[in-house]
Design a protein around this ligand. Structure first.
Ligand SMILES: [Zn+2]
Length: 409
């Protein structure tokens, strides 16, 4: 058959013990076989791992790269919200676009091929963030699929004018709607209103939820109950939920069953949670990171994601999901093969599933969107921080990241 390009001696994540050839034609994966006959250009991958790219299910492009504009002292969540709100007053559409662009390009070079970015709406920022990120989504479609999740970071019912903005953004092409129930005096009412808007526009939902270490005041049961009530199983994700890190295993198991029953996906944001939680402790500081991998065995889907980059919520970030999964493995004390493979899945096919990326992964007929890693299997990618070497989106090369070289004497 006529092909545009063939990768020779590639390794696929689900059967890393054998080598295959992968043929591309017209931007699609045309063939995967032990040996493909062709007279087209070929590239020998020499046994390197090929996969569909990393999937970052929770990022805030609009408020990335503002550490230098903020004055943080206590390092608490409250301070991060206040300092970011102050900086936000000076945001312009151009400013949001250029910071978002910087962060997005980092993610592309780290092998991320799909991302859900949260965009905040409130009367101060209006639709500036939404418009800037919406433009970014169009301008970078050649490298990455962006899902825009609009949400009320500074409250919905407590912040008049926000509801109208959410409605406008949903009419103008938002892909997902988010909530942040802990920012309103009546969290249940915010949850109900978000479901109402989501149903009107037929959008999936992604909540920021239970972002503290006190499980006595939780909104999780309400989200589960409303998800089932509205028939939204498989369409709701929740992020942070650091409260669950304060539960003993037996109670965590009960919550896992509840989430599995409601079909709610759990996103853990290790860098932010580790940075902001437990600030009241002077020593033996709690990690505040929910053990999502332990919930997978009970039928819960989930992900590990970047969240914030270089701002008061997280003054770090290279947008590497390999690094994030490695950080999580370290926090969660995971060192075995299966656990490390779970970490890999939590930044790739698992978020792809709940983000409904229907043509994700190395399957004949799918778009030729993939990355090559300088590693041979999932577990060693996480353990050794194996780096992405190159990527393709729809059959077109999107980035190259040359391997480091030792100059021997
Ligand atoms: Zn977030």
């Amino acid at each position: 058959m006529s092909l545009d390009l063939v990768f020779r001696r590639a390794r696929l994540a689900h059967k890393a013990h054998e080598l295959v050839d992968i043929g591309f034609r017209a931007g699609l994966i045309a063939d995967i076989a032990p040996h493909i006959q062709c007279d087209c250009p070929t590239e020998n991958l020499d046994g390197k791992l090929v996969m569909g790219g990393f999937v970052d299910s929770h990022v805030h492009l609009d408020k990335s790269c503002i550490s230098g504009r903020c004055n943080c002292v206590t390092g608490t969540l409250q301070e991060a919200i206040v300092e970011t709100a102050k900086a936000k007053q000076n945001f312009t559409e151009e400013d949001i676009y250029s910071r978002g662009q910087k962060t997005l390009e980092k993610a592309i070079i780290q092998g991320t091929t799909a991302m859900r970015t949260h965009v905040e709406l409130d009367p101060t920022i209006g639709l500036k963030g939404f418009n800037a990120i919406h433009q970014l989504k169009r301008d970078y479609a050649w490298a990455i699929d962006l899902q825009i999740c609009v949400f009320p970071q500074e409250g919905l019912l407590n912040n008049p004018g926000t509801d109208e903005l959410l409605w406008q953004a949903c009419e103008s092409g938002a892909d997902v709607i988010g909530g942040c129930p802990y920012t309103d005096t009546d969290p249940k009412k915010q949850i109900a209103r978000i479901f109402q808007i989501a149903r009107h526009f037929d959008l999936d939902i992604d909540f920021h939820l239970d972002f503290n270490l006190d499980p006595t005041k939780s909104d999780l049961a309400e989200v589960c109950q409303q998800t089932i009530h509205h028939g939204y199983q498989g369409r709701v994700a929740i992020g942070h939920v650091s409260q669950l890190s304060a539960l003993p295993p037996v109670e965590l198991k009960t919550v896992a069953h509840r989430l599995a029953e409601a079909g709610i996906a759990l996103t853990v944001l290790p860098s932010t949670d580790l940075f902001l939680m437990g600030r009241e402790a002077s020593h033996l500081v709690p990690r505040g990171v929910t053990l999502v991998h332990a919930m997978l065995r009970h039928g819960v889907n989930g992900s590990l994601a970047t969240n914030n980059v270089l701002n008061p919520f997280t003054p770090f970030g290279d947008c590497s999901l390999i690094r994030m999964a490695n950080l999580y493995a370290n926090i969660a004390q995971i060192g075995d093969q299966r656990g490390l493979e779970d970490c890999f899945d939590l930044v790739s096919n698992r978020p792809a599933t709940f983000m409904h990326l229907r043509d994700y992964g190395l399957v004949i007929g799918n778009p030729a969107t993939l990355i090559v890693l300088d590693t041979e299997d999932k577990a060693s990618t996480i353990a050794e921080l194996g780096q992405p070497l190159l990527g393709y989106k729809n059959g077109r090369r999107s980035f190259t990241r040359p391997k480091a070289f030792i100059h021997r004497p």
